[in-house]
Design a protein around this ligand. Structure first.
Ligand code: CBA
Length: 451
């Protein structure tokens, strides 16, 4: 399945079809992001506004869940839509170490609010690359990596996509099915042609490894391949280390370009090193790759929009020229990135004590999510809810891909005020011991009463 970025209406339909396919039939995602015009050409002048012809666009399939949740007056409502960490009390969490770093920044009167360079805060870039590629990475030592600060994970993916669309010889990117709903839009709007590869097998609720190898094995040579570094969203299903090794060999043998999305380093296992292992395997072989990195989840800096794009090259002089071209991509988009969030990250990563404190807080968040998996699984078993729910404890990261269908999700929202994405994904990070019984009751009712 593929689609091109062009303005023809048949390709518009193909984008709609692709998006529908990727998210398992969700109507709201079937919207073509560029199709905003009502059918009648004369409606443009109605009501005197030149925008009167615009149709109302649907809410975003993930962020729109929060919009709907906020409108619900029910005291028992529960938001398990967006992947945002909540405490046992259901509250957003600002890490202690982040508060400390912010205090340090505020106390430092020498700090000013000047523009950062186009590529962002140099120290942040250096430390981010070290965090994801490893302190002893030969690629860093040999100056073969260029890292630019971007607007969180999304911005890093978009800058990487724009760069590839402009400068990489192959314009096709393969993305897994399913994947995070924003991926196809980011790549298509950057001008890449998006194709898919099989990833998830609903029958086993596990990895469709054979399908993955077949699809990537028949990919056009040189194509780009999007890989979730860990904690695949939405399925929570990751390849094993042995499977990663096979994927690496396949990509390298066909000259495919890996583009890693690392939005959850530390959230999958609670360990920063193991969650970066897939990427490091690809960097260790000396080949090239792109890495989009987000600090939204692992430092809880969601709204600060802190992230980085690293491009690992084969030679230092190439990395230097790549960086010069990235600047040309960034400058007309947003000129240069914001300073505050990157300063927080740099303060934490540079200081050994603060770094250690961060890893403990990160581990505590990951452990709470893992314990929620166990509690939900136990509760469903105790309730005698039909079905094998073992995938809840087997899946990794922030989300459980429950297997509930769209009708069951709508039922849970309507009857139990539980908000989640229509593909049946729930954010385990939004759950607490107090809300597990309510969710269990809702799932039980959904699977026993709704087909
Ligand atoms: N990649 C993946 C795989 C993600 O899941 C997300 C976040 C991002 C972007 C990139 P940011 O730009 O904030 O760094 O993250 N996905 C969500 O957690 C949510 O934040 C989610 O609920 O799927 C989102 O934006 O949709």
């Amino acid at each position: 399945m593929d689609f091109e970025f062009s303005s023809s209406s048949s390709s518009d339909r193909r984008i709609g079809t692709l998006l529908r396919h990727l998210v398992g039939g969700s109507e709201s995602l079937a919207m073509d992001p560029r199709s905003s015009v009502a059918a009648s050409p004369t409606s443009g002048i109605a009501g005197g506004s030149v925008f009167a012809h615009l149709v109302q666009a649907p809410e975003d399939p993930i962020l729109g869940v929060t919009v709907a949740y906020n409108k619900d007056p029910s005291p028992s409502k529960l938001n398990l839509g967006v992947g945002a960490y909540r405490t046992e009390d259901g509250k957003p969490l600002v890490l202690n170490v982040v508060r400390k770093a912010e205090q340090q920044i505020i106390n430092d009167r020498s700090r000013v609010k000047e523009y950062l360079p186009i590529v962002g805060l140099a120290e942040f870039n250096k430390l981010s690359a070290k965090l994801i590629l490893g302190a002893d990475s030969p690629a860093i030592r040999e100056n073969r990596v260029t890292t630019v600060q971007c607007l969180s994970g999304t911005g890093s993916l978009r800058v990487g996509a724009e760069f590839l669309a402009k400068h990489y010889h192959e314009k096709t990117i393969y993305i897994p099915v399913p994947t995070w709903g924003n991926h196809p839009k980011i790549f298509a709007l950057a001008g890449l042609s998006v194709k898919t590869y099989r990833y998830y097998d609903p029958a086993t609720r596990g990895l469709n490894f054979k399908g993955l190898l077949e699809d990537l094995g028949s990919a056009s040579s040189g194509a780009i391949v999007l890989l979730h570094a860990c904690a695949h969203n939405p399925t929570g299903v990751d390849p094993t280390v042995q499977q990663w090794e096979q994927i690496r060999q396949l990509l390298r043998s066909k000259g495919l370009m890996p583009f890693f999305d690392s939005a959850y380093q530390g959230f999958a296992s609670g360990n920063l090193e193991s969650d970066a292992q897939s990427i490091r395997m690809f960097v260790a072989d000396g080949g090239e790759c792109l890495v989009a990195q987000s600090f939204a989840k692992n430092m809880g800096l969601y709204g600060e929009r802190v992230g980085a794009l690293s491009i690992v090259c084969k030679a230092a002089d190439v990395a230097g020229r790549v960086e010069s071209q990235l600047k040309l991509v960034i400058r007309p988009m947003y000129s240069n990135p914001p300073i505050h969030g990157a300063s927080i990250v740099a303060a934490i990563l540079r200081d050994r004590n603060m770094f250690n404190e961060w890893t403990l807080e990160l581990k505590a968040m990951a452990d709470r999510i893992i314990s929620m998996r166990k509690q939900l699984f136990d509760a469903l078993r105790a309730r005698g809810t039909p079905g094998d729910w073992s995938h809840i404890v087997k899946q990794i990261g922030m989300f459980t891909f429950t297997g509930l269908n769209t009708a069951q999700v709508s039922f849970m929202t309507k009857e139990y005020h539980i908000y989640m994405t229509s593909d049946g994904r729930i954010s385990m990070a939004g759950l607490s011991s107090k809300t597990v019984p309510h969710l269990t009751e809702a799932i039980h009712a959904a699977v026993t009463r709704v087909a």
